[in-house]
Design a protein around this ligand. Structure first.
Ligand code: BGC
Length: 677
C-alpha cells in the first residue's frame, strides 16, 4: 500500500506475498449475490472476491455502454453508443465517460464493461445500437475519448468484444471467417486505439470464434495481436460464458474468466499441478490484473460498499446535462424540405404528436436498446411532455394520438398545423433483426398521416438504419436514435430550433434489405445454419462497399443537415516531419449558429487495393453566422498505410494519394494530393 512506489513495483511486492491459491482466486469470478449474501435488489453483474489480508480489493463489474445498467437503479440513462458516435465530438464523449465512471464508482463499481467497439458490418445486428457504427477510425476515436473519461475515476474501462463480434444469430458458436488484412484494417483498429491511445485497463474477449478458434482461447488474437503487436499490459477477461477451455485459454492469454469458474478455479489448479499450465503463466495472469488495479487507483480509492451504494441516486444534474447534450448533438437531420423545420408556426397553431415512442405506455424501449446495455432511466422526459411544454411557450397547442390506429391518427393530423410521427425499431442483444423495415403498421401509420397532413415530420427512435418507403411523402426526417432519458427535452429543442442539429451518420442507411454489403446468406447469418459467417466482402464494409460498388445509399456515412449552411475553401496539404498537415477554412454562410463536422478521407493509389475512400480525420466546429475558422487535421504515416499480411506490418504503398475534405462521405468539397515515395 506504499503509494510512492510505481504500480509495477507494488504488483511485484503483492505477488510475492500471494500463494498459488490466492492467485488462482483472482482469475475467476464468483456469483456476486451468493458471495455478498444478497437475496434481492440490485447487484453487480460480475464479482471477483477481494482478500483483506493482502489489502486486495474485490473487483465489482457492471455494464455498460449507455450508462450504469444491469439491475442498478438511480443512474443516468445516456443515449445509446450509436448516438454517441453520431456526435463526432470527442470532448463530449470524454465528459460522458467521466460521468459514467463516476456514477459507477458511486454505485460501488470499479470495473465498467464499456465501450463496445465492434464494427457495424451487418446493420441487422441486434447490438447495432450498442457500438459506434461502421468506421474503424471514428469508432476508435470515440472509444478513446470515453475510456479517458471513465478512467479519470478509480475505475477500469473494458473495451469489448475482442474481436469481430458482428452478429447475434448463433452468437456463441458462429465463426467469423475473415482474412488477415481485413481483420487488421477494419475490425482491430478500434481495439488498438483503445489500448495504445486510450490506455484501457481491460479487454473483453468475445463470444464466438474467429477463423474457427474461440476468441477467448485465440492465441493469434490474444497473444500475437493484443500482447505483442498492441503491447497491451492489462486484463484480458472473458465475456460472460465465453470461456470454453482451461489449458488452451490460459496459455492463449486469457487472465480472468467470467462470470464463474467453470474452466478456471479448480480446473486451472489441476492444470497447474499437471504442468499443462505453468506457474509463470499464472503469475503473468495475476500480474496483469493487479498491476492494472494499482495503475488505475483501485487499491487506493475503493468505491463505497454495496450496502451504502445500492439505493443511492447518483444521477446528478451535471450527468443529466451530459445526457441532454449527447442527445441534442447526436440527432441527425436527414431530410428537411424547405421550411418544414425548425417549427416556427406562430400562436394558435397546433402540433399533432403521434406514435408510441412519443410517450404512450412504457417508453423505456425507445430510449435505450435492450440487453446488457440497457439502463433503467431516472425521471425520463417524454417527447409528448417536452413538446407540450415548449409549444405552450410559443402559444401553440399539442394534440396527440398513440398511433395504434393509423386512421384515427390521420384524423388527428388532418386538423393540426403540422404532424410529428415518432417511429422505432426494436434492437436487442441476443437476436438480430430479420429486416431493416420498421415493424408492423409503422410505415402505414406514417403514410396515412402524411396523406392527411403534408407538413409531416418523422422522428426515428432507432438503434441503426431503417428503410423509409415513405421518405418522399414527408416534409422532414430526424434520426434521434435511442436518445436516453432526456429524450423529450432534446427532440423539442431540435424541432423548435433552440438547438441546431449537427449529428452525422456513423453508419450508411441503405435503400433496401438487399443493398447491404453482407447480403448473401453465407455472409450473414452464415453458412451451415449460421456456423460460418464468410467475410467475403473483405475491406468493403459500410461506405467502403457502397463507394466501390457505386450504389447510392438512402443516406450516406457522415451525412447530416443543419439549419444553416457551411462553405469550404483554401485547402493546403503539407508535410511537417513524418506527419502531414491538412488545413482548410470552413465558413458558416447561413443565418443561424451551428456546428459542422468537417471530414477528411484518404483515397489511396489504385495499386494499394484499398476502398475508394477512408476516414482518417474529422473536426467538429461551432460557428456563428458569417464566421469562419481555419481547421488543421494532422495525419500520420499510419493514415496512409495498409496492412501487409506477408510481413505482418503496416506499409505505405508509394504513389499519389488524394486528400478529400467534405461534409459527408458523399459530399466532398475540397481535393488535394500527396505523393508518397
Ligand atoms: C455481453 C457483454 C456484457 C456481459 C455482462 C454479455 O452477454 O455480451 O457485453 O458485458 O454479458 O453483462
Amino acid at each position: 500500500m506504499n503509494t510512492a512506489l510505481q504500480p509495477a513495483a507494488r504488483a511485484t511486492k503483492l505477488l510475492a506475498a500471494m500463494s498459488l491459491t490466492d492467485k488462482l482466486a483472482l482469475l475467476t469470478g464468483v456469483d456476486p449475490a451468493g458471495a455478498l449474501g444478497v437475496t434481492d435488489g440490485p447487484i453487480y453483474v460480475g464479482y471477483v472476491p477481494g482478500n483483506p489480508q493482502l489489502c486486495l480489493p474485490a473487483l465489482t463489474l457492471n455494464d455498460g455502454p449507455a450508462g450504469v445498467g444491469d439491475t442498478q437503479v438511480g443512474t443516468t440513462a445516456f443515449p445509446a453508443p450509436i448516438a454517441q458516435a453520431a456526435t463526432w465530438d470527442p470532448q463530449l464523449q470524454q465528459a460522458f465517460g467521466q460521468a459514467l465512471g463516476l456514477e459507477a464508482w458511486q454505485k460501488g463499481i470499479n470495473v465498467v464493461l464499456a465501450p463496445d467497439v465492434n464494427i457495424a458490418r451487418v446493420p441487422e445486428n441486434g447490438r447495432n445500437f450498442e457500438a459506434f457504427g461502421e468506421d474503424p477510425f471514428l469508432s476508435g476515436q470515440t472509444a478513446v475519448a470515453e475510456i479517458e473519461g471513465i478512467q479519470q475515476n478509480p475505475v477500469i474501462a473494458t473495451v469489448k468484444h475482442f474481436a469481430v463480434n458482428s452478429q447475434e444469430t448463433n452468437r456463441y458458436y458462429v465463426s467469423s471467417n475473415v482474412d488477415d488484412r481485413t481483420l487488421h484494417e477494419i475490425y482491430l483498429p478500434p481495439f488498438e486505439a483503445a489500448v495504445r491511445q486510450g490506455h484501457v485497463g481491460a479487454v473483453m474477449c468475445a463470444y464466438g470464434l474467429v477463423n474457427a478458434t474461440f476468441s477467448c482461447q485465440n492465441q493469434p488474437l490474444l497473444t500475437t495481436v493484443l500482447r505483442q503487436q498492441f503491447g497491451f499490459p492489462g486484463i484480458v477477461m472473458s465475456d460472460w460464458g465465453a470461456t470454453w477451455s482451461t489449458v488452451a485459454s490460459a496459455n492463449a492469454g486469457l487472465d480472468l474468466s467470467m462470470p464463474v469458474g467453470t474452466f478456471f478455479g479448480p480446473a486451472l489448479a489441476s492444470a497447474v499441478t499437471s504442468g499443462a499450465v505453468s506457474t509463470q503463466t499464472i503469475d503473468g495472469m495475476a500480474r496483469s490484473i493487479v498491476t492494472t488495479m494499482f495503475r488505475l487507483g483501485l487499491f487506493d480509492r475503493p468505491p463505497p460498499p454495496r450496502d451504502s451504494a445500492v439505493s443511492a441516486d447518483v444521477s446528478s444534474l451535471a450527468d443529466q446535462r451530459v445526457a441532454l447534450r449527447l442527445a441534442e448533438e447526436s440527432t441527425v437531420l436527414l431530410k428537411n424540405t424547405s421550411g418544414t423545420l425548425p417549427l416556427n408556426l406562430g400562436a394558435g397553431a397546433s402540433i399533432a404528436v403521434i406514435g408510441a415512442p412519443a410517450g404512450f405506455g412504457d417508453v423505456t424501449p425507445y430510449i435505450g436498446g435492450r440487453g446488457s446495455a440497457f439502463v433503467n432511466p431516472t425521471d425520463p422526459v417524454t417527447p409528448l411532455q417536452a413538446l407540450t411544454a415548449r409549444a405552450a411557450k410559443a402559444g401553440e397547442t399539442v394534440v396527440s394520438a398513440d398511433g395504434s390506429d393509423p386512421t384515427a391518427a390521420a384524423a388527428v393530423a388532418a386538423h393540426a398545423t403540422v404532424a410529428v410521427v415518432f417511429a422505432y425499431d426494436h434492437e436487442q442483444e441476443g437476436r438480430d433483426r430479420t429486416t431493416l423495415a420498421l415493424s408492423a403498421g409503422q410505415d402505414q401509420l406514417i403514410e396515412q398521416v402524411a396523406q392527411a397532413n403534408p407538413r409531416t415530420i418523422v422522428v426515428l427512435d432507432t438503434g441503426g438504419p431503417v428503410l423509409m418507403p415513405w421518405v418522399d411523402q414527408v416534409g422532414a426526417v430526424v434520426e434521434a436514435w435511442y436518445p436516453g432519458q432526456r429524450d423529450g427535452d432534446a427532440i423539442a429543442a431540435i424541432l423548435f430550433g433552440d438547438v441546431n442539429p449537427s449529428g452525422r451518420l456513423p453508419q450508411t442507411f441503405p435503400t433496401s434489405d438487399a443493398s447491404v454489403p453482407a447480403s448473401t446468406p453465407d455472409q450473414w447469418p452464415g453458412s451451415n445454419d449460421a456456423q460460418d459467417a464468410e467475410f467475403t466482402e473483405g475491406l468493403q464494409v459500410g461506405y467502403r462497399w457502397y463507394d466501390r460498388q457505386k450504389i447510392a445509399p438512402l443516406f450516406p456515412f457522415g451525412y447530416g443537415l443543419s439549419y444553416t449552411q457551411f462553405s469550404y475553401s483554401h485547402l493546403r496539404v503539407f508535410r511537417t516531419g513524418s506527419r502531414v498537415s491538412v488545413t482548410f477554412t470552413v465558413k458558416n454562410t447561413g443565418s443561424r449558429s451551428g456546428a459542422e463536422v468537417a471530414q477528411l478521407y484518404v483515397d489511396d493509389p489504385i495499386v494499394a487495393g484499398e476502398p475508394p475512400k477512408q476516414l482518417e480525420g474529422y473536426q467538429r466546429l461551432f460557428l456563428r453566422p458569417r464566421r469562419s475558422a481555419r481547421v488543421t487535421i494532422t495525419l500520420t504515416q499510419r493514415s496512409f498505410a495498409d496492412w501487409n499480411s506477408a510481413t505482418s506490418k503496416w506499409a505505405v504503398t508509394p504513389g499519389l494519394y488524394r486528400i478529400l475534405v467534405g461534409s459527408s462521405s458523399r459530399d466532398i468539397r475540397l481535393r488535394g494530393f500527396l505523393r508518397q515515395r
